[in-house]
Design a protein around this ligand. Structure first.
Ligand code: ADP
Ligand code: MG
Length: 238
C-alpha cells in the first residue's frame, strides 16, 4: 500500500524552478533513500513533504489524502535535521517531549513515551543532561527520539549523519536501519553518500538537477543503471 505519493511535484524559488515534476511512490514501511549531488533539490523535496516549504504545483498525498494545504504539525510527519536542532537550554527529556507538550498531551503520557523512546535509543542515563554534555552520536539519537515519541506516519531524515566522524557514521547507519525495521515507520532518508544509500535502503531515488533519474532497489540500480549519470553516481561497473 502506498503511504506517500508525490505527483508531478514542482517547486520554484522566484523564477528558478528547482524541482521539475517529481513522481515518486513510497510504500508503507519502506525505507527510501533519496540521493543525488549537492544542490540537486534533496532538502527542498524533503521540506515540501514536511510542509516547511509550499509547492508550486502537483500533489503530496499521505494515505491517499492530499496534504498540500496542511500545516506541518497536522501532517503526522517527523523530520530529523542535519544539525539536530536541539534546544540547548532544555534537558534531553524536555527536548524529546517538547512537541508533545506543545500539542497539549498530558504530562504522564509524555513521560511514558519519552521513557520508552529513551530505552529504545539507549539514552536512559542521559535524560537529565543538556545537549552540550552529550557526544555527537548521543545528540543524533536525541534528535531521533524527538521524532519517535510522536509516533508519526512518516520519518524524514536530511543527511542526519553528515556531522559525525566516519567510524560513528557507519555504526549509526546500522542503528537507524535497525530502529526503522523495529518501528516499521515509512522513512525518506536524504544523503549525498551513495554507500549509505546502497547499504540502508529498500528503494533508492536518484535525483539530479531537480529531476528523478531512476527509482529502484539498490541492486537494480547497480546492475542496470538507467543512464550514465546513475552509473557514475552509484559506481556501477561500466
Ligand atoms: P540539496 O539538498 O540536494 O543539496 P537543495 O534542495 O538545498 O539541494 O537546493 C536545491 C536548489 O535550490 C539549489 O540550487 C539551491 O541553491 C536552491 N535553493 C534552496 N533553498 C533555496 C531558497 N530558500 N531560496 C532560493 N533558492 C534556494
Ligand atoms: Mg541538502
Amino acid at each position: 500500500m502506498a503511504r506517500v505519493e508525490l505527483q508531478d511535484l514542482r517547486k520554484s524559488y522566484a523564477a528558478l524552478e528547482v524541482l521539475h515534476g517529481i513522481n515518486v511512490t513510497i510504500e508503507d514501511g519502506e525505507f527510501l533513500a533519496l540521493v543525488g549531488p549537492s544542490g540537486c533539490g534533496k532538502s527542498t523535496l524533503l521540506r515540501t513533504i514536511a510542509g516547511l516549504e509550499s509547492i508550486s504545483a502537483g500533489e503530496i498525498r499521505v494515505d491517499g489524502r492530499a496534504i498540500n494545504d496542511l500545516a506541518p504539525r497536522d501532517r503526522d510527519i517527523a523530520m530529523v535535521f542535519q544539525n539536530y536542532a536541539l534546544y540547548p537550554h532544555m534537558t534531553v527529556a524536555a527536548n524529546m517531549g517538547f512537541a508533545l507538550k506543545l500539542a497539549g498531551m498530558p504530562a504522564a503520557e509524555i513521560d511514558k513515551r519519552v521513557t520508552s523512546a529513551a530505552a529504545i535509543l539507549d539514552l536512559e542515563r542521559y535524560l537529565a543532561r543538556k545537549p552540550v554534555a552529550l557526544s555527537g552520536g548521543q545528540r543524533q539519537r536525541v534528535a531521533m527520539g524527538r521524532a519517535i515519541v510522536r509516533a508519526p506516519k512518516v520519518f524524514l531524515f536530511d543527511e542526519p549523519l553528515s556531522n559525525l566522524d566516519a567510524k560513528l557514521r557507519v555504526s549509526m547507519r546500522a542503528e537507524i536501519r535497525d530502529l526503522q525495521k523495529r518501528l516499521q515507520t515509512t522513512t525518506v532518508y536524504v544523503t549525498h553518500d551513495q554507500v549509505e544509500a546502497m547499504t540502508m535502503a529498500d528503494k533508492i531515488v536518484v535525483l539530479n538537477g531537480g529531476k528523478v533519474e531512476q527509482v529502484g532497489h539498490p541492486l537494480e540500480l547497480y546492475r542496470k543503471p538507467a543512464n550514465l549519470f546513475v552509473a557514475t553516481f552509484i559506481g556501477s561497473p561500466q
